[in-house]
Write a protein that binds this ligand. Sequence first.
Ligand SMILES: C[S@@+](CC[C@H](N)C(=O)[O-])C[C@H]1O[C@@H](n2cnc3c(N)ncnc32)[C@H](O)[C@@H]1O
Length: 412
Amino acid sequence: MIHFNSLGRPEKTWVVLKKSRVRNLMSTTLNTEDAVRQRYALAAEAREESLCCPVDYDAKYLKVIPQEVIDRDYGCGDPSKYVSVGETVLDLGSGGGKICFIASQVVGPTGRVIGVDMNDTMLDLARRSQPVVAATVGHDNVTFCKGKIQDMAIDRDKVDEYLKQNPITSEQALQRYEAYLADQRLNSPMIPDNSVDVVVSNCVLNLVDASEKEQLFEEIFRVLKPGGRAVISDIVSDEYVPKHLQDDADLWSGCISGAFQETEFLDAFEFAGFYGISMPILQVQPWQTVEGIEFRSATVIAYKGKEGPCFEHHEAVIYRGPYATVSDDNGHVFERGVRTAVCRKTFKIMTAGPYAGDFIPVEPRVPISGENAEPFECSGGAELRSPKVTKGAGYAATIQAEDNCCGDGDCC
Ligand SMILES: C[S@@+](CC[C@H](N)C(=O)[O-])C[C@H]1O[C@@H](n2cnc3c(N)ncnc32)[C@H](O)[C@@H]1O
């Protein structure tokens, strides 16, 4: 039987099997959004100690940030460590704006930072701090938007404005409002498709209702440019969180009971279509333990860009090791030291980004131009690339060692 995901794409059976272990597809009876809104409205006004998880930010970036923002730090990691000069960064659940203000300094005046949060009080804190930071760093490249991170097409500042002008007092008015939202999604999404280099988030994804978590990952994928990446710090659990804990408003809004189980967190990126998924940080010590379940901070990095057609350019990659065999998120298998045939897309993927340094690129002696490239059957598994193919038919050169020194320095 063929299974289809929420985007209508067919899924491999093993994905469906793995998906059956995703606990977060279950819904809680709690109104999680209400619990989160109330908690963070208060936490924006006064520091709430129980929401704070110690994080080692780079002190030089904190100097320019107002103390009231530093005090309302409710993050659990530092995804800003993984952004670069000139990039467009989107921070999900930007709170008081701390990660945006750090990222603003890292990306510099040629980059851009957008923070999204649904909470007016948090947005007020971030927006009033923005000119203070900009005046000190000498550039203003941050925008704070009001929206839900699981639905980033809708700009909720604009919705507020619309509803002021057009209060909904009849079914017809509701129809007009629905048409307005549909138009916003189609013609003027708050965060457009394929527009962001890096999506970051610090301790927020766990707060999104279980029924909307899948849509949240689809949104992260939608807004990223092909080749872009998500860097997400969040709280994860070592065991699945039982329903009675998920129904507890304090535990949910306190970044505990909405947490993904640690494997499930990685699976969520995989199901959304990401590749090169890694977990550079999983804290050894738990942040909190509830009924024997440990909750700790993790940071995950995941890349967008494995979709698209496959073409034959006579390229290969050689996996350097140390593992005997590895496989990627498209099911390709790479044996250590073996010249493995890959399509152009996989060649580019395996020789950059998360895999840079793990594979030796082998390019053909005579390049194949785009218009001459045949489709490549990328069905997974390993196919050897004969050196004869890479070098081309009839290659029979003899080259003396002195004509072709090996490595740097003196020839032997
Ligand atoms: C734990 S705080 C983290 C704030 C910030 N990232 C930091 O490092 O201090 C969670 C923030 O996410 C926001 N938030 C929670 N759920 C959200 C959602 N579904 N859409 C937008 N913002 C959300 C809250 O309003 C709050 O500001």
